[in-house]
Design a protein around this ligand. Structure first.
Ligand code: ADP
Ligand code: MG
Length: 697
């Protein structure tokens, strides 16, 4: 059902000449979204994060040092190293103003002889340095003859890589992908009218992959803005369509009698906070009304969302229907189950954990289908076609930023008029909630349950890591459990895994088998196993890349060490810190940074030390980013988006939101020429679930 015009974009990367199975595997790792493997479109959306400017041409005597330059020179003399010498191979070149030594370590002699014939003219590009009073270029990255020069890109894009993938190979594949780019009809004339300088979708991709100058790839450059806007519009359109659909399908009023909820409340060792009570009342009012609920429950990690969800599910069961709670990972599903089963059972609710791997799956499926289970807890396995409910009334989705609209929709389709409650621990700044979630109703848990001890937050320069390990020794002896987070490296995920492995090895030298490791390259089962070992106390230090699941709950964990804290965004630091401070023991968070810190990094740390209020932190984060600090591109990306970034493109969100509403008000079925163009947009950004709804009417 995807328009044929888009087929070239959705072809597998392996259809590109020169991309064999080995390279395809690397591309899968680098650019693929989901399980389908890298496609042409994924390559096109892999945008350069920097450029190398080779346009600076200069006479040798005038060329600037420590920058990439292009010189035109005659090859004068080869100075190969002696036999068995480890010295580099040197080649002297000159123009009428001076000379330069080209230096090659571990050189490929035949290549040098062929590329730099004595007496001929060559164009050489690389970083010019002054060494021992002499000009040199170590490993020039271009040695060209006249023909090569005519083909050289003056401004060369630099891409994020993955281990084993050569920049040249990736560059070629992306070039080939660009050739496949069809001309597409314009989908938003209105926005173009508002932002007159924006190029077309295809022109924007070309401008980014073949930049004319370094500014062309800046996040604020017209081409980036265009693509970000496209993505945001696709998102807003699909949200608006979803909402329309949900609203149109009338719901069923679910009015509980409160008996089971009372039993749950009686079994709880605490009282609900006023915020929880308020949120629950809002949710119950939605459930009781005949229109369908689409509500977001947002609250910091530990703010007590889960119990609110359980009470909401109890209402639904009281009204004679079933409820489902979906977590992003199996581990989290199990955790939810463990956390609420006791209270659910106290109220006579029949609750079951249904995971992809559960041995009793078949029996449980039958029980779900005939209504012997009231509440099912699981992962996306619950969306599978084989899972049928007798009468699903409410679907609760935890940590929605790990899911997409697709899954939410799939869930809604599991029953007749299913109400949907989405729980998120990512506090979205107030100014953005409305647009970000496309008009969803929102309940917020801003205050934390009472009795939490504040987390002692400190910043230390990395050089003082020795003090930290000494302190850990004492803490471990006293039974502490410690997360040690290693940062994400922009350029390559391989490097951050390597950094975590290195830290793991170093800590294991000191603490032996008390140390565990989890990172994003591990298999799901291995990761679960490492998490479990930490949760059970078998290991006491868990070294991790940022994969520590947002919701993972190990109440005994009371120390969080974040290495290279200066590379993390404020919101992310806050999320990570939220992993500790959940139990009775006093908790601390150590931010290890590499100095000197810039103003923004200092401000971030000051805010973290000052408050644990996620909403305040989110607002401050936005403000700090608004001031133009773009440290950590990956971290500042909006969850669920590939091209748009909250820090630079946040304002476009509002525009896209208005545009989406306008479009659907004048063309609710996306018909005619412009409607067809918009369908292309939805497909390109893989929001076709919304397209399906459109058909379903
Ligand atoms: P979230 O899902 O928002 O991260 P949880 O629902 O997991 O938070 O709650 C975190 C912890 O706080 C749980 O151990 C829970 O039992 C406890 N808790 C929840 N509500 C309250 C309350 N009103 N008073 C005291 N403790 C609470
Ligand atoms: Mg939770």
């Amino acid at each position: 059902m995807r328009p044929a015009l888009l087929n070239p974009l959705f072809a597998r990367a392996t259809s590109i000449q020169g991309v064999g199975p080995k390279i395809a595997k690397l591309l899968d790792r680098l650019v693929a979204e989901g399980e389908t493997g890298a496609r042409v479109l994924d390559l096109l959306f892999h945008l350069p994060y920097a450029t190398i400017d080779r346009r600076t041409r200069a006479k040798i005597a005038e060329a600037p040092f420590d920058r990439v330059v292009l010189i035109e020179a005659d090859v004068v003399e080869h100075r190969p190293p002696g036999p068995r010498s480890r010295a580099p191979y040197k080649v002297l070149v000159e123009d009428e103003t001076g000379d330069v030594l080209l230096v090659f370590f571990l050189a490929n002699h035949p290549w040098i002889e062929k590329s730099l014939p004595v007496g001929e003219k060559r164009w050489i590009s690389g970083k010019l340095e002054l060494w021992d009073g002499h000009r040199q270029i170590v490993h020039p990255d271009r040695v060209l003859d006249a023909e090569g020069l005519s083909k050289m890109q003056g401004v060369e894009p630099v891409y994020g890589l993955t281990e084993g993938l050569q920049p040249r190979v990736l560059g070629k594949a992306i070039s080939a992908a660009l050739e496949r780019l069809p001309d597409l009809p314009e989908w938003h004339p209105r926005a173009i009218a508002k932002m007159p300088a924006l190029p077309s979708f295809a022109a924007a991709l070309r401008a980014l992959h073949r930049p004319e100058d370094p500014e062309a790839i800046a996040p604020t450059a017209p081409a980036r803005v265009r693509l970000a806007y496209d993505e945001l519009l696709a998102h807003q359109l699909s949200l608006a369509l979803t909402r329309e659909h949900l609203r149109r399908a009338t719901g069923r009023a679910m009015q509980g009698d409160g008996r089971r909820a009372e039993k749950i409340l009686a079994a709880l060792p605490y009282k609900l906070t006023p915020a929880q009570t308020r949120a629950l009342a809002e949710i119950r009012a939605d459930l009781a009304s005949p229109s369908r609920m689409l509500r977001l429950l947002q609250g910091d990690v530990g703010s007590g969302k889960t119990i609110v969800a359980l009470l909401a599910m109890a209402s639904v069961v009281e009204a004679g229907r079933q409820a489902a709670l979906m977590a992003p990972t199996e581990l989290l599903a199990r955790q939810h189950y463990a956390g609420i089963a006791e209270y659910a059972e106290a109220a006579g609710l029949r609750i079951a954990l249904l995971t992809g791997r559960s041995a009793e799956r078949v029996r449980m499926l039958a029980a779900l289908a005939n209504g012997e289970i009231d509440i099912a807890i699981g992962t996306h396995a619950l969306f599978q076609e084989s899972v049928a409910f007798r009468d699903l009334g409410l679907a609760v989705v935890d940590e929605q930023h790990r899911f997409g609209v697709h899954q939410r929709l799939a869930l809604g389709a599991k029953g007749e008029a299913v109400d949907i409650l989405i729980m998120t621990a990512t506090p979205i700044p107030r100014s953005l909630v409305l647009t970000y979630f496309g008009d969803m109703d929102v309940s917020t848990l801003r205050e934390k349950p009472p009795g939490r001890q504040p987390i002692d937050t400190r910043a230390l320069p990395l050089e003082r890591i020795g003090e930290v390990t000494a302190r850990l020794s004492r803490a471990l002896a006293a039974g502490s459990r410690v997360y040690w987070v290693c940062p994400l490296v922009e350029e390559s995920e391989a490097i951050d895994v390597a950094a975590a492995e290195e830290r793991f090895a170093a800590l294991a030298q000191i603490f032996g088998d008390k140390v565990g490791l989890v990172h994003g390259r591990m298999k799901g089962e291995d990761r679960d196993r490492a998490m479990q070992a930490f949760a059970s106390g078998k290991t006491q230090i868990l070294v991790a890349t940022t994969v520590i699941e947002v919701g993972v709950d190990v109440p005994e964990a009371n120390i969080m060490v974040i290495e290279h804290a200066e590379r993390f965004g404020l919101a992310q630091l806050h999320q990570l810190r939220g992993r500790v401070g959940r139990g009775k023991a006093k908790s601390s968070c150590l931010l290890l940074y590499k100095g000197p810190l810039g103003e923004t990094a200092k401000a971030r740390i000051a805010i973290l030390r000052e408050t644990e209020d996620g909403f305040r932190i989110a607002e401050e984060d936005l403000r700090l980013r608004g001031e133009g600090d773009v440290l950590g591109t990956k971290q500042s990306g909006m969850p669920g988006f590939r091209l748009a970034r909250l820090d630079v493109h946040g304002d476009l969100l509002k525009l896209a939101h208005e545009e989406a509403r306008h479009i659907l008000s004048v063309n609710p079925k996306l018909e005619g020429e412009q409607g067809r163009a918009l369908l292309l947009l939805l497909h390109i950004f893989e929001r076709e679930a919304a397209v399906k709804l459109l058909r379903a009417g």
